[in-house]
Design a protein around this ligand. Structure first.
Ligand SMILES: [Zn+2]
Length: 355
């Protein structure tokens, strides 16, 4: 499989989609991207597993990182790609079109066409983003080759409707286990019902008013929700245990410690078991490179709802935003598609900013 990065950006998007690349099976697309980048000649190229990194070394005073994942969620009869409509209404359909081969194509086009960029550029194409975070190729690159991820500002090609989506929310999952005493349900007075003991916890969740908070100019909406409840073993037994899993999505002005302290306050008197956590990232739009980029994009920036790898860049001290064609709400749907006009717009904006 070969890719030609001098192809038109829409053809390149289709070519990237049509190389099946479900998480864990990115070798073919990584080979194709590596081969195409090496052919360009003006970039240093690194291969690590199924991640490929390429960079200019022009001694510019600022370095911009353009990053995107190579993998997709599983295919659902939605490849090879197809199009509908014409002109401004043309849509490109298929697995990966929105999340995120179109974004990847715009970045790879810059690699091929902007050979004398005004900032040094690093292109990071990585594997295993759509699966458990321990497998994430960007995380592995941070561990194996931190020097290759240096930069002053990063653009992640996750779909953002061709606008800048800044920062990302943090996420934390905690478990509350309520204890009771089992008995026969015909003699319930001999037991203590653990499911009934969940009622006050659910009441706290129902009454909870999530914050809306402005961080660096963008409004974030938090959330606190029960996402799973388990309890009971049979139709005639008073349950002696009920387990509630709670997910907190928090704005990036809270650290993970802040978020946990907040949950301890909200659920005072209950023991919390921390199951999973990932930090948020401030949008960092006050940074000069970010502010300059937002001005070139010319659309109102928005907060990112959800967790993306911009948080990994934030941990490295690199402000990062999501910027790419496609509606994030369509990511992972069978109906995944991207407006062709947005692909072209993003390529135009990146070219104008980096040339
Ligand atoms: Zn994605």
């Amino acid at each position: 499989m070969t890719l030609d990065l001098h192809d038109d950006v829409v053809s390149l998007t289709r070519a990237l989609c049509d190389i099946p690349s479900v998480s864990g099976a990115e070798a073919a697309i990584a080979d194709a991207v590596e081969g195409a980048l090496r052919k360009l000649g003006h970039l240093e190229v690194l291969r690590d597993g199924d991640a490929v990194v390429a960079r200019t070394q022009l001694g510019r005073d600022r370095r911009i990182v353009l990053a995107g994942h190579l993998d997709t969620v599983p295919i659902k009869d939605n490849l090879p790609t197809w199009t509908t409509g014409e002109g401004d209404a043309e849509l490109l359909y298929g697995r990966g079109t929105c999340d995120m081969k179109a974004g990847l194509a715009t970045q790879l086009r810059i690699a091929a066409t902007v050979t004398e960029p005004r900032h040094d550029l690093t292109f990071v194409c990585y594997d295993n983003e759509e699966v458990a975070s321990v497998k994430n190729g960007l995380g592995r690159l941070v561990r194996n080759h931190p020097d290759w991820l240096a930069g002053d500002f990063a653009i992640l090609g996750e779909p953002s409707n061709a606008g800048v989506e800044g920062g990302c929310q943090g996420t934390m999952r905690v478990r509350i286990t309520l204890k009771g005493r089992a008995s026969h349900s015909a003699r319930a007075w001999a037991g203590v019902n653990a499911i009934h003991a969940a009622a006050p916890v659910l009441a706290i969740l129902t009454a909870y008013e999530p914050r809306r908070v402005v961080v660096d100019g963008l409004e974030y909406r938090e959330g606190l929700n029960a996402v799973n409840v388990q309890g009971g073993i049979a139709g005639n037994v008073i349950p002696d245990e009920c387990v509630i899993d709670i997910n907190h999505r928090f704005a990036p002005d809270r650290s993970m410690d802040d978020a946990y302290a907040h949950l301890q306050e909200v659920f005072a008197g209950y023991e919390l078991e921390l199951r999973d956590k990932a930090p948020g990232a401030r949008p960092g739009l006050d940074q000069p490179a970010a502010a300059e980029f937002v001005a070139v994009v010319g659309r109102e920036p928005a907060a990112k709802f959800g967790w993306t790898d911009v948080a990994r860049f934030a941990e490295l001290g690199i402000p990062a935003v999501n910027y790419a064609p496609g509606d994030p709400l369509l990511a992972h749907t069978d109906n995944e598609h991207v407006p062709v006009a947005q692909i072209r717009e993003c390529e135009r904006v990146l070219t104008a900013w980096l040339s």
